[in-house]
Design a binder for this molecule. Structure first.
Ligand SMILES: [Zn+2]
Length: 405
């Protein structure tokens, strides 16, 4: 017996090589034990099979896509930076904000102070924003502890959110995010602590799938990232990188040398970086929310990425400093309006390519026989509406591992 059969629906399977969006119009999809057990045109569904489902759900012509995959967030943190946002808009300088205790330092202090339970509670509200718009898989980075105890606390909090919200969570140790004030005079000692102590401890605890870093002139150098990536590799963890967001540091090329899952932001990515990413199959994760919030002018090299065949994902980058956004659909809209992605590229970016950027494309990200049955069912006439509306309540139903969640 099938557990559930959805009929009278259109399917945006996001499989490659066929119709736009991998569309199957007037389709049907059945799930059994959390997996897709049948998918195709409703006309091809044998009549005797229809009675094989416990629950038959008629969708009234709705579109079904893969559950959304938000592959880059910093969802777990203490406090927020709304006061700083307000001060800045009243004309305060960065120095004044820093002196009044603002900036990432304030998030680190609030995260260190918070209990794990408090971190779970505050992140759960932001996660509800994502799931309300169809997210079934989310990546969550640490990086606001800058000491082992707090980084572990953040990663454990991230792990508790999954079962609580019926979401698949992939966790990333953001190893080099900022230099903690206690190491202000000795960066090398901090990088060494991260590589030699924190990464082995986090790998042993099994609380992260990947290691990330912020490679930037106001962050960490490629040599420092290189050192930390070797430690990640030695401890069996995948790597990914915040690269070329505010300047070109050739971080993406370094990430590609390590066969990174993804290089993210990429506004200042150059031709050599694009070629390296194409060669290694590293996904370009585009984060239009941060571009918007920071009012950046430099666009990522979308056309060159397309030409080189680099896969492009889209994510919310939800974080308190530069992208306080809990709407994946807003990210799609911004990817189209600001970065000129097509609505099909944007949707692929937050389904198939998001899954590829997390190394879970075998399991989710497209609607295919045998894959996990994570679905989003939308009250739209065409999948382009998902990128078109800003703020419309489009989600009818979210299905996680075969169950309406
Ligand atoms: Zn980020």
């Amino acid at each position: 017996m099938w557990d559930t059969l959805w009929t009278d629906c259109n399917l945006a399977t996001m499989r490659e090589g066929g119709a736009p969006y991998g569309a199957i119009q007037r389709g049907a999809i059945a799930v059994e034990k959390g997996r897709i057990a049948w998918i195709g045109y409703a006309a091809d569904l044998p009549a005797d099979l229809q009675s094989r489902a416990h629950d038959v759900r008629r969708c009234g012509g709705a579109w079904i896509t893969p559950g959304l995959v938000d592959c880059h967030t910093h969802l777990v943190f203490g406090g927020d930076r709304a006061r700083e946002f307000e001060l800045r808009l009243k004309g305060a300088s960065y120095e004044e904000i820093a002196r009044s205790g603002g900036g990432i330092v304030s998030t680190v202090a609030a995260t260190r102070e918070a209990t794990k339970e408090a971190l779970v509670e505050s992140a759960a509200k932001r996660l509800a924003g994502l799931t309300r718009e169809g997210v079934t898989t989310v990546e969550i980075k640490s990086g606001y502890g800058l000491d082992l105890e707090t980084e572990l606390k953040q990663l454990e909090a991230a792990g508790e959110l999954g079962p609580r919200a019926n979401v698949r969570v992939k966790r990333t140790f953001l190893a080099l995010h900022a230099l903690p004030t206690e190491f202000k005079e000795d960066r090398a000692a901090y990088v060494q602590l991260v590589a030699d102590v924190m990464i082995p401890a986090i790998a042993a605890a099994g609380t992260a799938d990947a290691v990330d870093a912020f490679c930037e002139n106001i962050g960490f150098t490629t040599d420092e990232v290189d050192y930390v990536f070797s430690a990640a590799r030695a401890n069996g963890l995948a790597v990914k990188l915040h690269a070329e967001q505010l300047s070109n540091q050739s971080g993406a090329a370094l990430a590609a040398r390590y066969h990174a899952l993804s290089a993210d932001h990429l506004e200042y990515l150059d031709g050599a970086g694009i070629a390296a990413m194409a060669h290694s199959g590293t996904v370009a994760v585009l984060l239009p929310g941060a571009f918007y919030f920071l009012r950046e002018k430099q666009l990522p090299p979308i056309e060159a990425l397309r030409k080189a065949g680099v896969r492009m994902a889209v994510a919310s980058d939800c974080n308190p400093g530069t992208s306080p956004m809990t709407s994946p659909l807003a990210a799609l809209n911004m990817a189209c309006t600001l970065f000129h992605l097509t609505p099909e590229e944007a949707l692929a970016g937050i389904t198939r390519e998001g899954a590829r950027a997390l190394g879970v494309l075998d399991e989710i990200g497209t609607l295919e026989l045998g894959k996990g049955a994570d679905l989003a069912i939308w009250d739209v006439h065409t999948p382009a509406e998902l990128s078109y509306w800003l703020g419309a309540p489009l989600l009818k139903e979210r299905v996680f591992a075969g169950r309406v969640a």
